[in-house]
Design a protein around this ligand. Structure first.
Ligand code: CTP
Length: 397
């Protein structure tokens, strides 16, 4: 790991305050130094001791409570912070900051810090959508403060609507994105393949697999945000093609192969996240197959291993493959890496009960050509993409 970054979390008084405990715990697991500042009303919702235990740092509650420390704490934490996150942020703290009020530890620290400040609002829907609150939010955005939109759903007060604290993993991702505003792929050409391929049986039928495309799309987005020129070649997927990426939709293995080979030589990094079919229908029927006997057999024949072909013709490209395994994860993945001449392989256990094909999250081990294994905890596919490029660019390990 590189240097340890400090995240200062401001917890304000809402029913969602307990969710900030999960955020602290996840940040600690990601090796951040975490300091928590609670407003007086936040401390009514959650015992500061819980934050103290999880963050392993003293929780700062109220500016005037402890005269020994208050005079320096808000300045020292403001200086120490690499990022501040207000989670949950009540309309009250948003209103205070928008109007320059600094009357407690949290608001003074926000005012004193030069680090980026992110608000994750949570409120009753009518309060959140109130024009004054929206005006305050827009004003703060204009000053460069970041906001993580609340979700819609059933709120603690029983109402339905917008105001639910955003998912903690989304908040975590935002913090990491803010901290590592990397442009380390600037000028690089990155090709990503994603989704399933399909093979047609007749004009109306085909075989395919369960790949959702989510992992590949997340990789394309991450590469784009890090400054790369990205081409995404995808089989059929319900995901929305990312903005600012050259996007091509294909259906079959051979269509994917053709498109990939057209640009392969000029690429710097190639990530093959697609679940490419290994077998195709031996004989395509031009006419719709009619119902006849009780049994119907369909013959399949081997199709091209695109990645293996890329490995054979590799020049200076960094070639990254995926290995979906249901047993012997590491050994099978390493064997694939060698056979296909890869620089990295991302291995995931498709039997893991925690994650599914359509899941937002993934649990993977990234293996380098030298055999080094980096096992990542369960995280969003976007964060997996982030870790992958961190490793490839050697930023962190
Ligand atoms: N791959 C490919 N072309 C194929 C099959 C796989 O390019 N015909 C690529 C995938 O995009 C992935 C990697 O090879 O990056 C491994 O895919 P996977 O399905 O896990 O492995 P296979 O090599 O197909 O082996 P098996 O199905 O026996 O596990």
């Amino acid at each position: 790991m590189g240097e340890q970054k400090t995240v200062v979390i401001g917890v304000t008084g809402g029913i969602a305050a307990y969710k900030a405990l999960d955020l602290v715990s996840k940040l600690k697991k990601s090796n951040f130094n975490v300091h928590v500042i609670m407003t007086k009303s936040a401390a009514e919702f959650v015992n500061p001791l819980s934050f103290q235990s999880l963050s392993q740092n003293f929780v700062i509650k109220d500016m005037f409570e402890d005269p020994k420390t208050w005079d320096i704490e808000h300045i020292s934490l403001a200086k120490k912070a690499d990022v501040m996150i207000i989670c949950p942020a009540t309309v009250n703290i948003i209103g205070k900051v928008a109007n320059g009020i600094a009357d407690d530890m949290l608001s003074t620290t926000i005012m004193a810090t030069k680090a980026p400040v992110i608000f994750a609002p949570a409120a009753n829907s009518n309060m959140y959508l109130n024009a004054i609150v929206q005006d305050n939010i827009n004003k703060l955005k204009g000053f460069g403060y970041k906001f993580i939109e609340p979700d819609s759903g059933r709120l603690a007060c029983g109402d339905e609507g917008k105001g639910k604290l955003a998912n903690i993993d989304v908040i975590l991702e935002n913090i990491k994105t803010t901290l590592y505003d990397l442009k380390d792929l600037k000028g690089k050409k990155v090709l990503v393949t994603a989704g399933p391929t399909i093979s047609f049986i007749d004009p109306v039928r085909f075989i395919t697999n369960k790949s959702s495309g989510k992992m590949g799309y997340a990789i394309a987005e991450e590469a784009r945000d890090r400054g790369a020129h990205v081409t995404l070649i995808s089989g059929p997927s319900n995901e929305v093609p990312p903005i600012g990426v050259d996007f091509l939709e294909i259906q079959t293995n051979s269509e994917m192969r053709d498109e990939v080979l057209k640009i392969y030589d000029s690429m710097d990094v190639v990530v093959k996240a697609a679940a490419v079919a290994d077998y195709k229908i031996a004989e395509y029927s031009e006419e719709k197959i009619k119902k006849q006997n009780d049994e119907l057999s369909i013959k399949l024949i081997k199709d091209v291993d695109i990645l293996q072909e890329l490995g054979k013709n590799k020049k200076t490209q960094i070639l990254i493959g995926f290995a979906a395994e249901s047993e012997n994860l590491i050994n099978n993945a390493k064997a694939k890496m060698e056979k296909k001449n890869l620089d990295y392989i991302v291995a995931n256990n498709i039997k893991s009960s925690e994650i599914g094909f359509n899941s937002m999250e993934n649990v993977v081990t990234i293996i380098k050509a030298n055999g080094k294994e980096i096992s990542l905890e369960k995280m969003t596919k976007r964060l997996v993409a982030r870790e992958l490029f961190n490793i490839v660019n050697d930023k962190k390990r």
